[in-house]
Design a protein around this ligand. Sequence first.
Ligand code: NAP
Ligand code: F7E
Length: 343
Amino acid sequence: MKKAFITGVTGQDGSYLAELLLSKGYEVHSILRRSSVFTSARIDHLMRHPHFFTYHGDLTDSSNLHTLLAKIQPHEVYNLGAQSHVAVSFEVPEYTAEVDAVGTIRLLNAIKDAKIRTRFYQASTSELYGGIPATAPQSEKTPFHPKSPYGAAKLYAYWATVNYREAYGLYACNGILFNHESPRRGETFVTKKITKAAARIKQGRQPDLTLGNLNAQRDWGYAKEYVEAMWLMLQQETPTDYVVATGKVFSVRQFVEMAFEEAGLQIEWRGSGADEIGVNKRTGEILVKIDPKYYRPAEVDFLCGDPSLISKNLGWSARTNLRQLVKIMVQYDLHHDSYGAEG
Ligand code: NAP
Ligand code: F7E
């Protein structure tokens, strides 16, 4: 039986990846951070699975990582743990670097020191590019220019992964994943914030929604499909870094329109800049407002991935388009209040 070790298992991607690996017959080992509240809502349905194991652990603790890896001897390691919020990284830049950058090298070094023969997946990100439209669509060959402490920390982790591959012959690869969403997406990321608000406004449980930059454009895919790409990347003869994306771009404004439409509400935009509002076309009621507190010190305006390499080499491509994804998320939020196995 193959054994996998996952960091970040309580997150959106970690929970889908654990489900995928269990369905493929893996034994899945994972770390949970100690917290004063329960953080396992996305994986509670896996807790009784006979092949699913959790341990207390943290990417800021080398000895913990070393001990666990030496004991488990996994065949595959997926490093998904991170302070993953771009806006928050401007407020906690040092901590973000500690977990996302140094945490990755701690894990790589624990593999090396414990002399484990394993394959390593690093959760790299389109934030490495910084979204310069002139360089879009962004491929494995596009130069990096991160625009946040999060992006800068992930840049270090990207190169640490390449370096351990080149220096020590480790089977290690970077998945450069563009934004991917699902009903399990964290509630402070823009898509889930919008779909949850659209559902609650429709149900009369929330008056309106306040957002930041409506003009940012993203390449949004479905997280459940993106974890399949992670697994595929570790099943090849040669470790290779891949862009994982849909190749299609939409703005936050378009996402709002689609989500409210799915909830049965039509948005009409009025005004501009921080004074722009989205009103209910039928009643004139204000449903969407702007608050500049959600603007970032530096914005990534435009991200569009070129997934041709992974499509050609691994046969992976996105199957769910944005309208279908919005439907999945809004319908989930209309019928559920929290994360769960159904999402
Ligand atoms: P997420 O939902 O925010 O999950 C992050 C996970 O990391 C959680 O399990 C969290 O644990 C864990 N974590 C945070 N700090 C940690 C620490 N010090 N030690 C160990 N674990 C820690 O993120 P996601 O959307 O699933 O993304 C997974 C990975 O892919 C992240 O590395 C992210 O940066 C990267 N990524 C995401 C996207 C995307 O669009 N989703 C795109 C590209 C790359 P708690 O539950 O205890 O907080
Ligand atoms: O923002 C704009 C915001 O926080 C998307 C992470 O998973 O993907 C994610 O990072 C856009 C930005 O995701 C609000 O300014 C407007 O332009 O959902 P987000 P992100 O920053 O793209 C990458 C690939 C990762 O690797 C990260 O880990 O939406 N926006 N109004 C807003 N964003 C938020 N969060 N909240 C708003 O109210």
